[in-house]
Design a protein around this ligand. Structure first.
Ligand code: FAD
Ligand code: SF4
Ligand code: SF4
Length: 479
């Protein structure tokens, strides 16, 4: 091993090449090129094969990272892929959009002074190669169990659970109110981070596996929840969170101030070739506009970078904390800066004005105070003059809360936490209702794709254990 691994002392870190900024600004294609096989092998060989791999500890899926890095360095790519796929349903998606700087790579313990192993880029390379080589096989069940599971929500939590349950031999029906499979992977996350073809490829695989999708079907409106419980031996709720936090400053209701997700969904739909009247009318389109995005998370970064690509006259991001305290991935902030976005740190809107629609954002200077109970520095108005920004479009990207549960769900008296998320048993993933499970953002609050996959896998294991138990109980009762 010694001659092949531990090369971090000799080889510098290299991320996959990024496309030129001018090219990136002009289209919605992914900005990173893929590693070539030799680059992937070289970068993998930088790993020092830690006895306690902190990279894996900080990967929500507990991926066996050192093992697949070593195999990649040795050119044993199919084996490396098999190991990476054993713990992750969608490694090519995580390799592209996990905030690695906060997870695996941020905890890579290569000696001080050397930069982390490029784990995400290798993970993406492995699965893209596996698809190209035909190594990604549909996980067909060895036998049918004669029981079915209904899943509400075709986002990453619902899809990972669906794949696991189908592989175990359950009939799986996934219901989604949208017309495409993927949840926020399709309608939230922009193409320049994750091209839609990557998600369509997985959707096709799941369909081939035998998972049945019922699209344009909103549970609680088109189909009562009780009906689902009658149809299926178990039900998984994986509906995500969609209720945007709102601005309360005076003038926040002016035309020209829009929620981030409406804006991103319109852009994604337009990119997919759908007719989007609010995009065509300019309401949800940044072209030729002076755009101000309020917020500092990943959604805000997606909005500023989308606005750049739509041909905005200027794009500014207003964030009340400083750069070091941004919740979003630093990699995305850097990408946004390269693409021409201006960041106004320690600034918050205190009002909006304009007739008949938005013309000016009035902003206050902020300063950081003492850390709160969570250890994060609080933020308060600074003793400094406020300032104004000319704007035609303000995009509110302040985060998400769980939506009001649809009526049919509410009547079931599902227990919720004080944050409005669904309460589940932390091991079984079952709610208060027998046979009803929940996973993903609807349980965690707005989180990450990798956590949704983890939850989907764990919920599938919980459902399997429950159905095995129920089957055994019914068999005993019948004796
Ligand atoms: P979702 O992906 O939200 O899927 C839920 C599905 O349930 C949806 O398809 C919805 O239509 C459906 N649904 C809801 N209610 C019903 C109903 N009553 N009946 C039928 N169907 C219903 N995470 C990352 O890791 N990296 C990123 O770069 C990243 N970028 C993001 C960018 C944006 C703009 C946003 C909003 C989020 C981003 N995230 C990112 C977070 C990530 O997308 C979510 O954490 C993840 O998608 C949650 O998965 P989920 O399956 O729980 O929910
Ligand atoms: Fe890193 Fe995400 Fe891959 Fe885990 S799933 S190894 S956190 S990129
Ligand atoms: Fe390799 Fe870094 Fe993980 Fe250690 S922490 S095993 S060096 S990738």
């Amino acid at each position: 091993m010694a001659d092949r691994m531990l090369q971090f002392v000799r080889l510098p870190q290299e991320q996959p090449e990024k496309r030129a900024v001018a090219e990136r600004r002009a289209d919605f294609a992914e900005i990173y090129r893929s590693f070539a096989a030799q680059e992937a092998a070289h970068q993998s060989s930088r790993c020092s094969q830690c006895g306690v791999p902190f990279c894996s500890v900080h990967c929500p899926l507990g991926n066996d990272i050192p093992d697949w890095l070593k195999l990649t360095a040795e050119g044993r790519l199919e084996e490396a892929y098999e190991i990476s796929a054993a713990t992750n349903n969608f490694p090519e998606i995580c390799g592209r959009i996990c905030p690695q700087d906060r997870l695996c790579e941020g905890n890579c313990v290569i000696e001080k002074g050397y930069e982390a192993v490029t784990i995400g880029a290798v993970e993406r390379f492995l699965t893209d190669t596996a698809f190209a080589e035909g190594w990604v096989r549909v996980r067909r069940p060895a036998r049918e169990r004669g029981l079915s599971v209904g899943i509400i929500g075709a986002g990453p939590a619902g899809l990972s659970a669906a794949e696991e349950l189908r592989a175990l031999g359950y009939a799986v029906d996934v219901y989604d109110r949208y017309d495409r499979i993927g949840g926020l992977l399709i309608y939230g996350i922009p193409n320049f981070k994750l091209e839609k073809e990557i998600v369509f490829r997985r959707a096709a695989q799941l369909t081939e596996q035998g998972v049945r999708f019922h699209l344009n079907c909103e549970i609680g409106r088109d189909l009562p929840f009780d009906e689902l419980r009658r149809r299926h031996a178990a039900v998984l709720i994986a509906t995500g969170v969609y209720q945007a936090r709102d601005l309360t400053a005076p003038g926040a209701g002016l035309p020209g101030i829009v929620p981030a997700l409406d804006y991103l969904i319109a852009s994604n739909r337009n990119g997919l070739g759908d007719v989007v009247p609010a995009f065509d009318s300019g309401l949800l389109n940044a072209q030729n506009k002076r755009v101000v995005v309020v917020g500092g998370g990943d959604t805000a970064m997606d909005c500023v970078r989308t606005a750049v690509r739509q041909g905005a006259r200027s794009v500014k991001c207003l964030y009340r904390r400083d750069r070091a305290n941004m919740p979003g991935s630093m990699r995305e902030v850097k990408n946004a800066e390269e693409e021409g976005v201006e960041f106004l740190w320690l600034s918050a809107p205190k009002g909006f004005s304009g007739t008949p629609s938005l013309q000016t954002v009035h902003a206050a200077r902020m300063r950081l105070g003492l850390p709160d109970a969570s250890g994060r520095q609080s933020v308060e108005p600074a003793d400094a003059p406020s300032f104004r920004l000319d704007a035609d479009l303000v995009i509110k990207a302040l985060g998400f809360d769980p939506e009001d549960l649809p009526l049919q769900f509410v009547t079931l008296d599902l227990a919720v936490t004080r944050w409005g998320t669904l309460r589940i048993h932390h091991r079984s993933f079952m709610t208060h209702l027998p046979g009803v499970f929940a996973a993903g953002d609807i349980v965690r609050g707005a989180s990450l794709v990798v956590w949704a996959i983890r939850d989907g896998r764990d919920a599938a294991a919980g459902i399997h254990a429950y159905l095995e138990q129920e089957t055994a109980r019914i068999a005993v009762a019948a004796e």
